[in-house]
Write a protein that binds this ligand. Structure first.
Ligand SMILES: [Zn+2]
Length: 303
């Protein structure tokens, strides 16, 4: 410990004595009543660990159209429900399926608020991919002209460096990518391609297929580790059919559940960790500031 802070602590204690009040100052690394190390590092408490499974888009504004004209929302809802079911069956009883309605923008804020209010430990947003409009080709399906692109296929995973727990987000994203890979699924590398224009992304894990997408509201404004999964391309005519099968959905659900199990086991449980923290208030972090302040702080950050 350095001298200035030691002197400051002595001064505070003196001041507290003079005022007849107790000030929570600790000059020790851990308070005397800290639990033993083993309990701090206890493994996953599934019953207490809350995952929010977010269904991307809404019934009213349903996201992308598939090559055969189905909505992305239908695909998102079916897969997210299966992931929720898989998690609950594995003991994650606090899992929440997050469905919002109405317009996109207020819906995004609503998702974030609900996840933050639920004190979720992990946020997983489920989507299905399309392509920029300029890459669409035309074909006819059941008498209707539809857009498609068979150019890309595969899933992709996104995280935001502006999430207050970027490290946690990246850790879960990697686990999810590895679990999908172990089940024989291949991510799509096309987000690094110049052809994607404004939708080009930085690949941060070339093994697990994790990209950075810093601006996504559901990834940056959530107060817990947050990951977005584009489960597959529904604008690709072959992959759309595969993505609609119970087999593929079960495979992705199993991968998500296995990734959550590993993530939960690797996390320090929140409550004992908070008890073990020294009794000194840390400086305020941007993650603890109101969203408006946080956003302007993030905007000012050089990239
Ligand atoms: Zn989407």
């Amino acid at each position: 410990m350095n001298h200035p802070s030691c002197a400051k602590a002595v001064l505070l204690v003196l001041l507290a004595t003079l005022l007849g009040q107790s000030i929570p100052v600790s000059v020790r690394a851990e308070p005397a009543n800290a639990p033993p190390r083993e309990s701090v590092e206890a493994t996953c408490n599934r019953a207490a660990f809350r995952v929010v499974v977010d269904v991307g888009h809404t019934l009213e504004v349903p996201g992308a159209r598939s090559a055969r004209g189905a909505t992305e929302y239908e695909f998102n809802l079916a897969l997210a429900k299966l992931i929720e079911q898989g998690l609950i069956e594995t003991g994650f009883g606090k899992t929440v399926l997050l469905i919002t309605g109405g317009r996109s923008r207020p819906g995004l804020a609503q998702r974030v608020a609900r996840a933050n209010n639920a004190s979720a430990d992990l946020f997983l947003s489920i989507h299905h991919d399309s392509v920029p409009d300029r890459l669409l080709e035309k074909w006819e399906f059941e008498g209707e002209e539809r857009g498609f692109s068979d150019r890309f296929h595969g899933h992709s995973i996104f995280v935001s460096i502006d999430n207050p727990d970027f490290k946690g987000s990246l850790r879960f994203a990697r686990l999810l990518g590895q679990q999908l890979k172990e089940r024989g699924l291949r991510y799509t590398p096309h987000y690094t391609d110049k052809i994607m224009g404004l939708r080009q992304r930085q690949l941060v894990d070339a093994d697990a297929g994790v990209y950075r997408y810093d601006q996504l509201i559901v990834l940056r404004n959530t107060q817990m580790p947050a990951v977005l999964l584009e489960a597959g391309s529904i604008i690709n005519r072959d992959e759309e059919l595969v993505m609609g099968t119970p087999e593929r959905r079960s495979l992705i659900s199993a991968a998500a559940t296995a990734a959550v199990e590993r993530f939960c086991a690797a996390r320090q449980p929140r409550t004992p960790a908070q008890v073990a923290r020294p009794n000194v208030l840390p400086p305020p972090r941007p993650s603890l500031l109101p969203n408006a302040t946080k956003q302007s702080a993030a905007a000012a950050k050089p990239r």
